[in-house]
Design a binder for this molecule. Structure first.
Ligand SMILES: Cc1cc2nc3c(=O)[nH]c(=O)nc-3n(C[C@H](O)[C@H](O)[C@H](O)COP(=O)(O)OP(=O)(O)OC[C@H]3O[C@@H](n4cnc5c(N)ncnc54)[C@H](O)[C@@H]3O)c2cc1C
Length: 428
């Protein structure tokens, strides 16, 4: 599924887990089939099995080859929109519910790690959103005020404080959200899979689901090689990697590439200078960069990449320039890893939950903020699947709306990126 060249990240799967979970029994019938073994699919499968459902997960690639195993591992609560904007968009009750749910997404993920003693390297010292202009600083101050009003452990930072906490140059200030943290995302995916299997979930990898058909009140799911599974309900957890399995789903999303680089391990002399307390950072640009340290002490930095598959290391050069702009001390420090994955965006910048037919469910469009969100969404999705009670869902159910002229999305995105870069450059 992942395009060439080799997509080698710094993340590691726990040694003890092979990732080979077996195959689907011929003519199996289960309560729930989950298509896609990322954080969304595995978390929902785990929680559904905990509620007593029989569950089969079908994954087209190897475990961790979707966004869940390739991302930046920044676990940030909240959505792209702040509480007041969510209420304005969705109304008082829905907006408040989604705010409350999104406020707890990092808690849900870190609680799972600690409750289940998962072998996932992690650090929970917060996330800094660093403001690159005075205009961005004013927006960050608003964000800080709104989350403080909700009792979140957040603090506004001045320029000197951001410089001290990050070691990075050029920021006017920012805010620190102490609810957030970092994980090794690949380890998290493998540990989620192990937990799910321990709970009785079947997981099969390297098997693409190729068709979904209504059958006798349930669903018949066909895989490559004409293997079939029957299920009462189906969760399609394919997100940015959605194919033609559900008509219109892929066309309702715009996926972008997010690219990342990792340096060679940093020397001990920089321990107290670069991210001494291990926070995650994103900046306030429309075309943003995000960075953190990895468990093996590399600086990992990511940002937008070309819409096409990379042709070679030159496609990551803009990130190398961003790295040395922020950290002159890293000029000449080797870059040892380069990788990329897909991020799904929606037109309204909110994650979408669809149920185009009864018993066929899907969630897509995390806008690059799906790690905590998808981990947390597993429980309410499973509650809904088990009970049929829609009031348990934190997101509104909406119809799949293909984006007009979707096939020209690359042109549209390129124009939008150029426009955003110009606005970033002009903002004071
Ligand atoms: C480079 C990068 C950096 C990111 N950084 C962050 C970050 O720091 N913090 C954050 O919160 N979010 C981040 N994100 C976003 C985050 O990774 C995603 O929102 C999240 O992982 C989505 O999880 P998922 O389970 O819904 O989808 P995925 O993990 O993408 O899983 C979908 C799976 O479906 C499978 N699939 C597709 N079609 C089929 C089919 N027909 N049959 C079977 N299987 C199928 C795919 O193979 C894939 O494994 C980043 C994303 C990328 C790419």
């Amino acid at each position: 599924m992942i395009e060439e060249p080799a997509n080698l990240s710094v993340w590691r799967k726990p040694e003890a887990i092979s990732g080979d979970f077996g195959s689907v029994a011929a003519q199996a019938t289960v309560d729930l089939v989950v298509v896609g073994a990322g954080i969304q699919g595995l978390s929902a499968a785990l929680h559904a099995a905990r509620r007593g459902l029989s569950v089969q997960v079908i994954e087209a690639a190897s475990l961790g080859e979707g966004a869940s195993g390739l991302n930046g591992g920044q676990v940030i609560p909240g959505l792209k929109f702040d509480p007041e904007a969510l209420v304005a968009m969705l109304g008082r009750e829905r907006g408040a519910r989604l705010t409350e749910f999104s406020a707890g997404t990092a808690d849900a993920l870190f609680d799972l790690i600690s409750d289940e003693k998962l072998d996932v390297p992690h650090c929970r010292t917060g996330w800094i959103q660093a403001a690159h202009t005075e205009t961005a600083m004013a927006a960050v101050a608003q964000r800080n005020r709104q989350w403080r009003a909700h009792g979140a452990d957040v603090t506004l930072l001045n320029d000197a404080e951001v410089a001290l906490l990050t070691g990075a140059k050029g920021y006017r200030g920012g805010w620190l959200d102490r609810r957030a943290g970092t994980i090794d995302p690949l380890a998290f995916v493998f540990e989620l899979a192990r937990l799910a299997v321990d709970q009785g979930v079947g997981i099969v990898c390297n098997q693409r689901a190729t068709s979904l058909r209504r059958d006798d009140g349930g669903w018949r799911i066909t895989m490559a090689g004409d293997r079939e599974v029957r299920a009462t309900k189906v969760l399609v957890a394919t997100n940015a990697y959605s194919d033609a399995l559900v008509p219109g789903l892929a066309q309702s999303l715009v996926w972008l590439h997010s690219f990342q680089i990792a340096t060679a391990p940093l020397p001990a002399s920089l321990d107290d200078i670069i991210l001494p307390h291990g926070q995650a950072v994103s900046d306030s640009r429309r075309i943003l960069v995000y960075f953190r340290k990895s468990p093996d002490n590399r600086l990992v930095l990511g940002g937008r990449g070309p819409m096409r598959a990379p042709a070679g290391p030159q496609d990551w050069q803009h990130l190398e320039r961003a790295l040395t702009r922020l950290y002159q001390v890293l000029e000449g420090h080797p870059i040892e890893r380069r990788w990329f994955g897909r991020v799904a965006m929606t037109v309204d910048s909110l994650p979408h939950l669809h149920e185009p037919e009864p018993g066929l469910l899907m969630v897509a469009g995390c806008q690059g903020r799906g790690v905590g969100l998808m981990a947390a969404l597993g429980a309410p999705l499973a509650d809904y699947i088990a009970s049929g009670d829609p009031s348990l869902l934190p997101l509104p159910v909406s119809p799949i709306r293909p984006i007009p002229l979707h096939r020209f999305r690359r042109v549209g995105v390129a124009a939008r990126i150029a426009w955003s870069r110009m606005l970033d450059g002009m903002e004071r």
